[in-house]
Design a protein around this ligand. Sequence first.
Ligand SMILES: [Zn+2]
Length: 282
Amino acid sequence: MSVPAPKDADARRAIKPVICYPVETLPQPDMADYTAARETLTKTDEVVVPPREAATFTVPAGHFFRITSVEGSQVGDLNLWHADNLTERFYSGKTRALHGTHITTGERMWSSFPYMRPMATVTHDTLGWYGIDAFGGSVHDVIGTRCDPYTHNLLKGGQYHHCCHSNLTRALAAHLGVSTKDAEPHVHDVLNVFMCTGFTRDTGQYFMKASPVRPGDFIEFLAEIPLLGALSACPGGDCSSEHSSDTAQCHPLLVEVFAPDADALTNWSSPEPNGYNGSHGA
Ligand SMILES: [Zn+2]
């Protein structure tokens, strides 16, 4: 039974929102330093992520990595860990709380508690022009979790094995030389690279629409700490219609790693873990 609205319902709704986490006091990256370092890059490694599969890569702290659309419009699901400590991993929820539902140049991917420091800073985004469209959609989503076989089973039944969650699990297992059972708990909520998403205004539901990414577009990051990454080329392809199936047209994604000149990044140092003392008042 629906609850009747109180007399002052409109007045309550009319209260203006305030930003949960004003970012004026957030330590800012020195983008001028990063931008200058970008001009000195030498490629050191690359990996091609096949469609409906995932691949891992490592990036030393202070090096750059770039995810590029090749062949066709394709969304990627990105996991990041500290290369030497898998318990420090990307914290999608806190990144969303700090930067909003989507990230672009100058914004960061933050790590989990108790570390909570920048793992990677976006240094270039060829889709930065997109902004927020008329539907409330934008690109490089930190809303979504990752397509997974459990939700698929719940909603549609069946056993589909090439959801991003499974792709990431297999790739991490192969990298670590462990079983998928042991690798799976390390897989976490992703940065949905190139994915165009938002929330519907009328029902507040999570939506996706065809990614604006085209071959040659890329998003590039500075690794703030030593990183192990895993990227899945989502079975949803450009995520214009469906995922969790082999229906959509899918394309590979290219990951490249670059070293800046040794005398670049003069103002940069790898960030320390968060300054909270961890006692929790006990
Ligand atoms: Zn996916």
